[in-house]
Design a protein around this ligand. Structure first.
Ligand SMILES: NC(=O)c1ccc[n+]([C@@H]2O[C@H](COP(=O)([O-])OP(=O)(O)OC[C@H]3O[C@@H](n4cnc5c(N)ncnc54)[C@H](OP(=O)(O)O)[C@@H]3O)[C@@H](O)[C@H]2O)c1
Length: 280
C-alpha cells in the first residue's frame, strides 16, 4: 500500500494514476473524500498532512508515502513529521519540495520548503527530496484572461525558467516510491527548455492560433496583491524580490528527469497543446 497526499492535486493525481497502472494499491489523503473524484479502488482517507492524527492513521501499514504540502508548507510539515514518528516510521518517502530552496535570495517560500525538508528528513532519514522549478500548469493562472480578453497580465515577472510537467514529476516520484535506489537523494528537476513568461504565452498563442497581449505587473503591485491574499506583507516582499531576481535557480535546464526516466521530459508546447481547451 502506498499513501499519496495531495492526491487530488496537479502532481498527486498523476502519482495515483501511475501507481495504479503499475499495479500498486493506493491510499489517498484528502480533506474532502466525497469530492476527491479518485478511482473506486483508491482508499480515500479524510484529512490533510497538517493533521497529525489523520496522517498517522493514514500512514499505518503503508510501504511508502508521497508527501505534498501546500500553503504554509513548514506548518504542514511539522504535524506530518510527528505522524511519521507515531506511525513508527515509513520505509520510503518522497517529498515534493521546490528548487526555491536553492535560491540565493532568501525568501519565505524557500525558507518554508527548507524547513519542511529538515522536519520531514529528520522523521524519515531515507526520504527522497524532489526540487522542481515552475510547473507547466502555472500557466493556468492566465487561462481566464486569455479566454475572456486575449491577454495576460503576468504577476511572476518575465524571468527565464525551465517549466516542468507535473506528470514527469509524478513519474520520478513513482520511481522513488517503488525502488530503494533513490533513498536520501535530492533531485533538482527541470523541463527540457528555458522559456520566459512571454515565450510561454507565445507558445499558447501559437497553439490557439490567436494573438495574445502580454504585460508584466510591476513588483509593487504584485506585493500588494500577494499581501492582500495572505495578509503577510514582509513575506510577499521577499517572495516577489526572489521571483524578480535575475539569479532564479530555475532558469536553467538539467538532465535529471531524462537520466531518471530514460526519456526526455515533456515540453511546454506538448503540455499546452494537450490542454488547449482550457485556454479557449
Ligand atoms: N507550482 C509550482 O510551480 C511549484 C514549483 C515548485 C514546487 N511547488 C510545490 O509543489 C507543491 C504542490 O503545489 P500545488 O500548488 O501544485 O498544489 P496542488 O496540486 O494545487 O494541491 C495539492 C492538494 O492540496 C490540497 N489543498 C489545496 N489547498 C489546500 C489548503 N489551503 N490547505 C490544505 N490542503 C490544501 C488539495 O487536496 P484535497 O482538497 O484533496 O485535500 C490539493 O489537491 C507545493 O508544496 C508547492 O510549493 C510548486
Amino acid at each position: 500500500m502506498i499513501l499519496v497526499t495531495g492526491a487530488t492535486g496537479k502532481v498527486g493525481r498523476h502519482v495515483v494514476a501511475r501507481l495504479r497502472e503499475a499495479g500498486h494499491r493506493v491510499r489517498a489523503l484528502s480533506r474532502d473524500p466525497a469530492r476527491a473524484d479518485l478511482p473506486p479502488d483508491v482508499e480515500v482517507v479524510a484529512g490533510s498532512p497538517g493533521d497529525a492524527d489523520a496522517s498517522a492513521a493514514a500512514l499505518a501499514g503503508v510501504d511508502a508515502a508521497f508527501v505534498c504540502l501546500v500553503g504554509d508548507v513548514e506548518a504542514g510539515a511539522r504535524p506530518f513529521a510527528e505522524a511519521i514518528r507515531r506511525a513508527g516510521g515509513v520505509r520510503r518517502l518522497v517529498l515534493l519540495s521546490s528548487s526555491a530552496v536553492l535560491h540565493p535570495v532568501r525568501h519565505r517560500i524557500g525558507d518554508e520548503h527548507r524547513a519542511a525538508e529538515e522536519l520531514i528528513g529528520a522523521a524519515a532519514p531515507d526520504a527522497t527530496l524532489l526540487r522542481p522549478g515552475p510547473f507547466h500548469t502555472n500557466s493556468l493562472w492566465w487561462a481566464k484572461s486569455i479566454r475572456e480578453q486575449g491577454r495576460v497580465r503576468c504577476l511572476v515577472g518575465n524571468n527565464p525558467g525551465a517549466p516542468v510537467d507535473p506528470d514527469d514529476l509524478a513519474a520520478v516520484a513513482v520511481a522513488a516510491l517503488t525502488s530503494g535506489e533513490h533513498a536520501r537523494r535530492r533531485y533538482e528537476l527541470t523541463g527540457p527548455e528555458v522559456l520566459t513568461s512571454a515565450e510561454q504565452v507565445r507558445v499558447i498563442s501559437d497553439v490557439l492560433g490567436r494573438d495574445l497581449d502580454f504585460e508584466v505587473a510591476a513588483p509593487e503591485e504584485v506585493v500588494a496583491t500577494f499581501a492582500s491574499i495572505t495578509g503577510d506583507r514582509p513575506a510577499a516582499e521577499t517572495n516577489v524580490a526572489a521571483l524578480h531576481s535575475p539569479r532564479v535557480p530555475w532558469g536553467r535546464t538539467n538532465g535529471t528527469v531524462e537520466r531518471l526516466l530514460g526519456r526526455k521530459p515533456r515540453t511546454f508546447r506538448d503540455w499546452a497543446a494537450e490542454h488547449a481547451h482550457l485556454f479557449r
